[in-house]
Design a protein around this ligand. Structure first.
Ligand SMILES: *Cc1c(COP(=O)(O)O)cnc(C)c1O
Length: 483
């Protein structure tokens, strides 16, 4: 991407530095059909059929567009079980990008987390991290460990000018190590950038400080690099000391100080799959035996071999600033449009997607009517746009059955990389603005079927009254017979 100035306009506009050569046809159902479809889906955007979705902004996972070079490389995949040339090619690229010697393949990010936890976490262990990710925490707690989040309080405030909201609170990390003892901390996990906190990045300086503290205490430093692509761009553009460094130099400066690095290639590298890399043979040996057990042989680890070819090319593309800035620039554009209009957005814009603060958007809605879930259903009705609820519905009830209210009620609008055009982003902004002006019509949701675990994936809800019909009627009034 580039940003350019349009004739006689002040605003910088993101300009795609790629062209589309393979397309997928989209459909936009009428607003009346959208009311029907969202109710067939139990007012849960996870249960919508993709044929009924115009803009799929559910996630950035496994849905990023591949380049011509990635698709071409996939045709050369070497399927041999042992001694595969594909694996050798990928190892070479990993060495080039991360500077690491060893590679353990795994089928996706959470598989790496399973293996890390199996190898290093024992009952009673404490694993500090800037913020948890759902699957990370589940694997650690499954093995009797616990997660301590060390993000600074400012990182959780919806709106400020903090460039690196994902940063660790360094004094709290030091204090925690003193308190529980280094022997009870198998590793410190750095998530760069943060998934559940709006794709907010960490500074290179902060991550190097964490690594230095770990080194001093003999603790392993683990980097979750799943969302590193956007974070690299933010380091380059927001961190004064790094503005003359290349993306490659930033990556190596960071990775040289990490003991273990793992990644989901559903995000990093515009592909599928994942893996763990390191220069520490001893640490690798502690995990190696689990790969054939849980994933697949050491040359593919449960991945489709073609995906490995796509990762190898995708990782090299990740080192190109003009490629990796596409996500952040589109997100920034969308967030700015909406913030300028007065829509409560999480600020500053981060990676992964735009995040709407549903608590503010639907001020006055009772918390037990699930504002973020209601907003997700309303936006689908307004524009056929599928976002993801990241609020109370995504939490689990307490053991006594009471509701665990989320700190932030967010509607996440993910921007898969290289997928949307700017007119689609503008359409999304337009429908959110309309919804904001008609927010008084949006009502809450109640449970119809509530699974005990992972209820956000499978649960079904219903509107508390006929607000959806009223919203659709207002849409007709304002847009005539337009879709
Ligand atoms: C998505 C994600 C994971 C898990 O990766 P999967 O490939 O979905 O299993 C782990 N960490 C972070 C930061 C992620 O965003």
């Amino acid at each position: 991407m580039s940003t350019i100035k349009f004739y006689q306009q002040d605003q910088q506009v993101p300009l795609e530095m790629h062209k589309v050569r393979v397309v997928q046809k989209l459909f936009l159902p009428t607003v009346e059909e959208r009311v029907e479809k969202i109710n067939e889906a139990g007012n849960n955007t996870f249960l919508l059929q993709n044929k009924d979705v115009y803009m799929d902004m559910l996630t950035d996972s496994g849905v990023n567009a591949m380049s011509d070079n990635q698709v071409a490389a996939m045709m050369q995949a070497d399927d041999s079980y042992a001694g595969s040339e594909t694996c050798n090619r990928l190892i070479k690229v990993l060495k080039d990008v991360f500077g690491t010697e060893y590679f353990l393949p795994a089928h996706q990010g959470r598989a790496c987390e399973n293996i890390l936890a199996e190898a290093f976490v024992r009952p009673g262990d404490v694993i500090p991290m800037n913020f948890h990710f759902t699957t990370t925490k589940a694997h650690i707690t499954r093995l009797g460990g616990s997660v301590v989040e060390l993000i600074r309080p400012i990182g959780l405030k919806p709106k400020n000018n903090e460039p690196f909201k994902g940063n660790f609170d360094i004094p709290r990390l030091e204090a925690l190590i003193q308190e529980v003892g280094a022997e009870h901390i198998p590793f410190v996990r750095i998530e760069a950038g943060t998934n559940l906190v709006g794709g907010q990045p960490l500074s290179l300086e902060n991550m190097l400080q964490v690594a230095a503290i770990c080194k001093k205490h003999g603790i392993i430093t683990v980097l979750d690099a799943s969302l590193l692509q956007d974070n690299l761009y933010f380091i380059k553009t927001r961190e004064e000391a790094c503005k003359n460094m290349s993306i490659r130099e930033i990556t190596r400066t960071l990775c040289d100080q990490m003991d273990l690095i793992y990644f989901s290639s559903r995000k990093l590298g515009f592909a599928r799959g994942g893996g763990i890399v390191s220069n520490n043979e001893k640490l690798i040996l502690r995990m190696k035996e689990f790969i054939p057990l849980y994933e697949g042989f050491l040359t593919y680890g449960g991945m489709e071999v073609r995906s490995m070819e796509a990762i190898a090319i995708g990782l090299q593309e990740t080192m190109d600033e003009e490629i990796i800035n596409q996500g952040p620039l589109f997100i920034e554009y969308l967030v700015k449009e909406l913030d300028d209009y007065g829509v409560p957005m999480i600020m500053p814009a981060g990676g992964l997607g735009a995040h709407i603060n549903a608590t503010e958007f639907l001020k006055g809605m009772p918390h037990d009517q699930y504002p973020a879930g209601a907003l997700a259903a309303a936006l689908y009705i307004a524009g056929g746009i599928r976002g993801m609820e990241r609020g109370t519905i995504s939490e689990q009830r307490e053991t006594d059955g009471s509701e665990h209210f989320a700190e932030l009620e967010l509607l996440r609008l993910a921007c898969p990389r290289r997928v949307f055009t700017l007119s689609q982003i503008k359409y999304c902004a337009d429908r959110v603005k309309w919804l904001y002006d008609n927010r008084s019509l949006i009502g809450g949701l109640k449970w119809v079927e509530e699974p005990a675990v992972l209820r956000f994936f499978f649960g079904r809800l219903a509107p508390v009254n006929d607000w959806q019909q009223k919203l659709a009627a207002k849409f007709r009034q304002d847009f005539g017979d337009s879709l």
